[in-house]
Design a protein. Structure first.
Length: 507
């Protein structure tokens, strides 16, 4: 096979054989963050039983991690550009490990919320740094595409490994074990990363503007919180006020970036059609998919009566498809137009979601597994190519900030998707008519209905579960249909905004 590597330049010691070992360290970080994002959902019932949080506290335990990550990604990506991406990655990884212990041994709901928030601060340092380091480690565009594919495949694999690992641990150990698994991974990451990762930073960074950091943090957290509250409880004064505060803070952030000589985020990046198109496609894709991911686990466990470990295994085809597509995406995007690969992948996901509108309680696994495989393949092609487009659109000195924008699109899309599509499922579900004597709490969630049924006579319990499950599946149909519309719209957006976009070729 003919090598496509360019002759090494003085500042490109990255062509050392050690670059692939360095990539393995970055993969560990991605796996860890992806696993941690999915594993808590399975542990929530056990945490509820042990710590006895209120309903509001339980929501904060589940949400505060993603809130803080969304609020700090841009700031941490920019900080990495300034102080060094290797440094911020290793410091963040060490903190992530230490804070995982605090999460595992939290004794009160308040301490758990604090521990999750601090873990979000550490997590915000990891994802932008990993993608930015790939941009600087792999100078050859074809190698970089493969590296980005492996990076994306690792994130997908982590999303699948999370439920499987979490299900196994929760069936054999106490809930804190799902956090302690982070420790050995972080230890390997830090010890190997110190030796193998090259340092990189912006040579002319300018100061780290704390006012911009504060505006970004307040803006993202308040906006996401406002959307979630509106979806859950309607447009209350608190939700509206919080959402407006977030919008005002983000407006102030953008205005400030346009006036600073060394902004936290160079807003001129969005003038590049390829960059903006890739970011928007990612946001819409995650928005359309996140509701499915959030509610599918409940469908498998609470509607089809699968154990947590079995439910985790059932979701594996999506990860397998994403891993395979991620590894092939770079080659496909050089053989075919970039917009065709991205749009085609998104259209495939949209059509797969449309098939889920036919789902019912007795649907066999072959159909569900095939749908998840298509979702994984389509998303794998799309996410990998858009990540490559985003990295290729910016100077490598700004890779951290650009990577953070990409990750923020994921987080914002996930928050909006769970809030908007989740409100569809919740709204439909709460309207079900149960048998006489159905506890009021059974209408809050399908999990609550299952718990309520345990205390009822057998015939009454069966009637309650039948009505609740039927209503939940109907809500899932509507959410899947809405997700399909969003994904097909994202496919059209990508087709127009990525027109003429090409991945770099080896020089």
């Amino acid at each position: 096979m003919t090598s496509t590597l360019r002759p090494a330049q003085p500042d490109e010691a990255v062509q050392r054989p050690g670059r692939w070992l360095a990539l393995s360290v970055l993969v560990l970080a991605v796996l860890l963050v992806a696993v941690d994002a999915t594993v808590l959902g399975l542990a929530t019932p056990y945490i509820s039983e042990d710590l006895d949080p209120s309903g509001t506290q339980l929501l904060w335990i589940g949400d505060v991690y993603s809130f803080v990550i969304a609020g700090l990604l841009v700031s941490m990506g920019s900080l990495g550009d300034r102080i060094g991406r290797k440094r911020i990655l290793l410091v963040g990884a060490t903190a992530f490990g230490a804070l995982s212990v605090l999460n595992a041994y939290a004794t009160t709901p308040e301490l758990m919320i604090l521990a999750r928030a601090l873990l979000g601060v550490a997590g915000a340092t990891l994802m932008p740094a990993t993608l930015a380091l790939i941009r600087n480690i792999f100078q050859d565009p074809r190698e970089r595409s493969l590296a980005v594919g492996i990076w994306g495949a690792s994130a997908s694999a982590g999303m699948a490994v999370g439920p499987i690992t979490g299900g196994f641990l929760l069936e054999h150990f106490w809930w804190g074990s799902v956090f302690l698994i982070n420790l050995p991974v972080m230890a390997v990451l830090v010890l190997v990363g110190v030796r193998t990762l090259p340092e990189s930073r912006d040579p002319h960074p300018g100061p780290w503007d704390l006012s911009s950091v504060l505006l970004s943090l307040v803006g993202m957290i308040a906006l996401v919180y406002g959307v979630k509250e509106t979806a859950a409880h309607g447009l209350t004064p608190v939700a509206a006020g919080t959402g407006l505060l977030g919008a005002a803070a983000l407006y102030g952030f953008v205005r400030r970036q346009l006036t600073l000589p060394a902004p936290l985020l160079d807003m001129r990046l969005f003038r590049r059609r390829g960059f903006s198109g890739a970011v928007l496609a990612d946001l819409l894709t995650v928005l359309g998919l996140s509701g499915l991911v959030f509610f599918l686990s409940q469908f498998l466990q609470l509607v089809q009566d699968r154990l947590p470990f079995e439910a985790g295994l059932a979701e594996l085809p999506a990860a397998v498809g994403a891993v395979a597509a991620g590894l092939l995406a770079g080659r496909a995007a050089r053989r075919f137009p970039v917009r065709a690969v991205v749009s085609g992948g998104l259209a495939a996901v949209g059509l797969a979601l449309a098939v889920l509108t036919t789902l019912d309680r007795s649907t066999g696994y072959p159909l569900l597994g095939a749908v998840l495989l298509v979702v994984g393949v389509g998303a794998g092609f799309s996410f990998t190519v858009t990540a490559d487009v985003i990295l290729s659109s910016v100077p490598k000195d700004q890779a951290g900030a650009a990577s953070a924008v990409s990750e923020t699109a994921y987080e914002l899309g996930a928050a909006l998707g769970i809030a908007l599509l989740g409100s569809i499922v919740t709204g439909v579900y709460r309207g079900f008519t149960g048998p006489a004597g159905t506890p009021a709490g059974a209408h809050e969630s399908l999990g609550a209905a299952v718990q309520s049924a345990a205390g009822l006579p057998p015939h009454q319990a069966e009637a309650l579960l039948d009505a609740a499950r039927e209503s939940f599946v109907h809500g899932l149909h509507l959410a899947s249909g809405a997700g399909a519309v969003v994904l097909l719209a994202a496919s059209v957006v990508a087709w127009f905004l990525l027109k003429g976009q090409k991945l770099e070729s080896a020089g």
